[in-house]
Design a protein around this ligand. Structure first.
Ligand code: ARG
Length: 475
């Protein structure tokens, strides 16, 4: 039985009374931080190999550590490993078992290291892996949106401002707006990954260590871009986690906007889309209902992710240098953030673009678009009023005057309960003599769409060019 096990505490000699059960429960983190076990073992093996290279531990010690860690890994993978809350956290649990298995070599592992630089290393290693998976999820999300957009560059829907019908846009153009948001999220993620991917190990408890460590080689072995350059900062910094949470909050805010639109579009009042049954649930009392629960939950889950950002940022507020136990509280918000973002991106991408068959690449079960309903909605609400004003401007009328002329035309349309395109030419000419029979082309929905042929505009050929650009970018 190891020293650690017997005393059930890592620092026992100084202590004359055992920790109360309540304090043990309050301070232990193993039930959640055991999730870091792979990073913990990886980090320990790289540290041990460097200690041996530097002659700080012997070759036999390293061999023993590697053998013991292989067994620890196997036990954890098989579910045989016994996690002990009295050993506080993942680090002490693994080290204690290693020492039980290989004796003194296990006790040498912690040379030139502290749990302070160890935990910071583990969290960064783990988060880096999750970041790479989330990057894939973001790309899938964009691909799903692009795949639907590709079929709808000429599908007209009303674009809204203030939730009022504003101007006609294509459904493709609308979806591609979300692709832009998720593309920026992906940029942010790639950028913050650089700051996550720095190695704290070697900072030891706070001041660095007196052993001749080769930190650069540990960084290279673990795939870190560089080493943290100040030991005090290395053990106390959690801004990499805060930055990641800010990224995650923004992704979820983007998701929540899309989810909200899906909920609206699916409602009877819009009827723009339908969702596959596999993403809807029924009501226990109202037999006619099919509810877009997935979209609603995705919208709702943005709350907890934003909440985690607040938790992490408040966790850091006013913390004096260097490590404080407060930092143990970084894990649960971070873990839940990662889980929520990964699941949400995946389920939303599948609900929109359909599930992709791994063998054939075919998509099934995605968003069903009701083009006629979108078109009908675009024809209500004078979506082409701006086009009429632009038409007059091209005939030499100053824009402000044209705006006023169109206001009168819309008023007449409202009185007659007709769209502008359905008013007789003579009526329209009554508002301005410059109006000719070529006006009806610009009052049509497709005419309006085609007219906005500027980079970033809603014209179908612009949307097609964007789709090409995204496809080339996303692969
Ligand atoms: N479980 C701790 C954490 O999550 C590990 C570091 C503890 N260090 C210490 N000196 N108590 O931060």
């Amino acid at each position: 039985m190891s020293q650690l096990d017997k005393k059930s505490q890592a620092w026992s000699a100084l202590f004359s009374e055992p920790m109360s059960e309540l304090v043990k429960r309050y301070t232990a983190s193993v039930f959640f931080d055991k999730r870091l076990w792979q990073a913990d073992i990886e980090g320990s093996l790289a540290h041990a190999a460097m200690l041996a290279r530097q002659g700080i531990i012997g070759a036999q010690d390293l061999a023993d550590i590697e053998r013991g860690m292989a067994q620890v890994r196997a036990e954890i993978e098989n579910g045989e490993f016994v996690w002990k809350p009295e050993l506080e956290d993942v680090h002490l649990n693994i080290e204690a078992r290693l020492t039980q298995l290989v004796g003194d070599a296990g006790k040498r592992l912690h040379t030139g290291r502290s749990r302070n630089d160890q935990v910071a290393t583990d969290v960064r290693l783990w988060l880096r892996g999750e970041i790479d998976q989330i990057a894939l999820g973001l790309a899938d999300m964009q691909r799903a949106l692009v795949s639907v957009a590709a079929h709808h560059t000429e599908t007209v829907m009303p674009g809204f401002t203030h939730m009022q019908v504003a101007q006609p846009v294509s459904f493709a153009h609308h979806l591609l707006a979300y692709v832009e948001m998720f593309a920026r999220d992906a940029e942010r993620l790639a950028d913050l990954r650089k700051r996550v991917n720095r190695l704290p190990l070697g900072a030891a408890a706070l001041a660095g260590t007196s052993y001749p460590l080769d930190r650069e080689s540990v960084a290279a072995a673990l795939g870190f871009d560089s080493v943290c350059q100040n030991s005090l900062d290395a053990v106390s910094d959690r801004d990499f986690a805060i930055e990641f949470s800010a990224f995650a909050a923004l992704v979820m805010i983007h998701v929540s906007r899309l989810a909200e639109e899906i909920v609206l579009w699916m409602s009877q009042n819009f009827g723009f889309i339908d969702l596959s049954d596999r993403y809807c649930t029924g009501s226990s009392i109202m037999p006619q209902k099919r509810n877009p629960d997935v979209a609603e939950l995705a919208r709702g889950k943005s709350g907890r992710v934003v909440g985690h950002l607040m938790a992490l940022i408040m966790l850091m507020k006013g913390q004096p240098l260097t490590y404080n136990k407060d930092n143990q509280e970084d894990k649960e918000p971070l873990f839940d953030t990662v889980d929520t973002v990964k699941d949400t991106l995946r389920i939303m991408a599948e609900m929109i673009g359909g599930e992709v068959d791994a063998a054939t690449g075919a998509r099934s079960g995605g968003l069903q678009v009701k083009a006629e309903a979108m078109q009908r909605a675009a024809l209500r609400g004078y979506a082409t009023a701006t086009d009429l004003a632009d038409y007059l401007v091209k005939k030499g009328v100053p824009f402000r005057d044209a705006h006023e002329v169109v206001a009168h035309a819309v008023k007449e349309g409202l009185r007659q309960q007709r769209d502008l395109a359905d008013l007789p030419l003579a009526t329209l000419q009554g508002f301005h003599a410059a109006i000719g029979d070529d006006v009806f082309e610009c009052l049509s929905l497709t005419g309006s769409l085609n007219a906005r042929n500027v980079i970033g505009g809603t014209a179908p050929n612009q949307a097609r060019a964007q789709i090409e650009r995204h496809r080339a970018r996303l692969g």
